[in-house]
Design a protein around this ligand. Structure first.
Ligand SMILES: Cc1ncc(C[n+]2csc(CCOP(=O)(O)OP(=O)(O)O)c2C)c(N)n1
Ligand code: SF4
Length: 315
């Protein structure tokens, strides 16, 4: 049976109130910021954000942040450990009667893909194994963005970054495959994991509403279309974000206690439609079309969705 949304069925049901206020120094058209803005509509204001170094560092311009709640800054590798400290401190204050249960805060880690897929993987693994009650929000721009777009384990095959340039030896650019962090997380069996994309706001809001019912680690992987790093005009973020999903490259799914459901089944446009919009893939089309590289990307997507069809009813 197809996945059903229970809380968010119409756009009008998305709260109008904003919890990430305007005026940050993030780039215009940042897809990660849009995903966070939508997530915060369900998370609300009673949140303590624990922010790993990365683009979201720029959410804060001391002493200001765009949040009504608190914001704590950590190193790239330690945000989940920071979240543990904050959660423990809140629990101690509640146990001592110095904070009422009504004043409790949600603890939300914000991390880029460099932190999430790479530097903070061990501290995330530890926090999830300890069943820490927190949210993890990864905004995935598929590179180490804040330092100028270096290759990360989230960079997809065929993308050009400053450390995986298109060269005679490596005409495709990045030759690695994107690390499957969703499956790495799933191996830890947290109660809730989801991928989201801001161009699908009802799907995103519904997943945050569903996650709220679980105590323990709640992990979100948000597509962060990135005009600065992916090299397209900021006004095209909605189209790029949409095509990532419609080509099947960014599957929308959730895992509840390890059981995976795809929450949207795209008709699957050809991957070229997505790749062609972005400068980081331009070398696949100019000066000559690298048909083998494009065919490889397409075949990975096709194989993925064929497996989904075999394993999930209704897909
Ligand atoms: C251990 C360590 N190495 C390098 C840096 C420098 N640094 C700051 S932000 C950043 C990029 C982070 O990339 P990612 O986590 O993908 O987030 P994004 O910048 O893309 O938002 C780096 C390498 C650092 N802060 N700590
Ligand atoms: S570099 Fe990309 S991810 Fe970072 S703030 Fe700019 S648009 Fe957002």
């Amino acid at each position: 049976m197809a996945w059903q949304r229970e809380t968010f069925k119409k756009i009008k049901q998305i709260p109008r109130e904003e919890h990430v206020l305007p005026g940050t120094t993030l780039c215009a058209g940042c897809g990660g910021l849009e995903a966070l803005r939508l997530a915060a509509k369900v998370l609300g204001d009673d949140v303590l954000y624990v922010n790993a170094a990365g683009c979201f560092t720029m959410l804060a311009a001391y002493p200001f942040t765009p949040f009504k709640g608190s914001w704590l800054y950590t190193t790239m590798g330690s945000a989940p450990a920071g979240a543990q400290g904050v959660r423990d401190a809140l629990d101690v204050l509640i146990a001592k009667g110095r904070l009422s249960k009504e004043e409790d805060l949600k603890v939300v880690v914000l991390g880029g893909d460099g932190s999430t897929y790479d530097m903070a993987l061990s501290s995330t693994s530890g926090a999830v194994a300890r069943k820490l009650d927190f949210y993890y929000f990864c905004y995935d721009n598929e590179a180490y963005g804040n330092t100028g777009m270096q290759l990360s384990p989230a960079t997809p095959y065929g993308a050009r970054t400053v450390t995986s340039p298109c060269s005679l030896q490596h005409p495709a650019g990045a030759t690695q495959e994107k690390k499957d962090i969703f499956e790495l997380w799933r191996a830890h069996k947290p109660p809730y994991i989801a991928t989201v994309a801001p161009r699908y706001p009802l799907d995103l809001e519904e997943k945050f509403a569903r996650a709220a019912k679980f105590t323990g680690p709640k992990l979100f992987l948000a597509l962060s279309a990135c005009p600065t790093g992916w090299l397209y005009d900021p006004g095209e973020t909605p189209e790029v974000a949409k095509l990532a999903v419609e080509t099947g490259l960014w599957p929308l799914k959730e895992a509840i206690n390890g059981d995976v459901t795809h929450t949207y089944i795209p008709k699957r446009k050809p991957v070229e439609e997505y790749l062609k919009l972005q400068g980081r893939f331009r070398h696949l089309f100019e000066p000559t079309v690298q048909t083998d590289v494009i065919a490889h990307i397409q075949s990975r997507v096709t194989t993925y969705w064929e497996r989904v069809k075999q394993t999930e009813q209704g897909a």
